[in-house]
Design a protein. Structure first.
Length: 57
């Protein structure tokens, strides 16, 4: 599960408009490459709406 939400003005650093609020792979689905596939899919979705950069906070 990936939750993406807008940043509020009080959050730091305010380097972007959105950030990943939660990223979770259920334990019975781990070590199968699903996390990597989820991030690749997320990158593709974000690029399609004009978001070109993902940063870890």
């Amino acid at each position: 599960m990936i939750q993406l939400r807008p940043m509020t003005s009080s959050e730091y650093p305010a380097c972007c408009d959105y950030f990943i609020d939660d990223f979770f792979i259920f334990s019975n689905s781990r070590n199968n490459g699903y996390g990597k596939l989820a991030i690749i899919a997320l990158e593709s979705q974000l690029k399609s709406i004009g978001i070109e950069q993902i940063q870890l906070l």
